[in-house]
Unconditional design. Structure first.
Length: 146
């Protein structure tokens, strides 16, 4: 499947894979100068691109880069970003600093990753009853220690 990329800013970097079999495409901060994220705060980073998948039945999910999350505490504030297949605006990535010191993002730095996955479009239907299941109404932690 092709993912068409349109550069919206001259210094935008087309997303790329770190290795041939990487699931995610690296997203690069499209900023003109370094931008610091103070501890506990959120900053928004433009990526400088718009995207258009070849298919309508996919969604592009934005994930934290594991090294930034593990080593610096830099993650997405909403855990996973969702880019619908019909969105044509500029891709933006908000980052939050959960670390113990300010973190400075450099222009062109890899700050997140984009993974394209198929979507099943479910049609919500109101029901008076639901079929029984083995789990039933058991919720958080009911299937293990926590």
């Amino acid at each position: 499947m092709e993912l068409k990329i349109k550069k919206l800013r001259p210094n935008a970097i087309i997303p790329n894979r770190a290795t041939k079999l990487s699931a995610g495409l690296d997203l690069h901060a499209c900023i003109d100068e370094p931008l610091t994220i103070p501890v506990g705060e959120i900053r928004n980073f433009p990526i400088g691109i718009a995207i258009s998948p070849e298919r309508d039945d996919v969604v592009m999910l934005v994930f934290t880069r594991s090294g930034l999350g593990r080593n610096k505490g830099i993650t997405l504030p909403n855990s996973v970003g969702v880019i619908d297949s019909d969105y044509r605006g500029e891709v933006q990535v908000p980052l939050i600093n959960h670390g113990s010191e300010p973190y400075t993002v450099q222009p062109g730095e890899r700050i997140a990753q984009l993974v394209t996955v198929p979507v099943i479009f479910a049609d919500p239907v109101e029901a008076d009853d639901l079929p029984e299941s083995e789990r039933g109404t058991s919720g958080f932690g009911s299937s293990g220690k926590f």
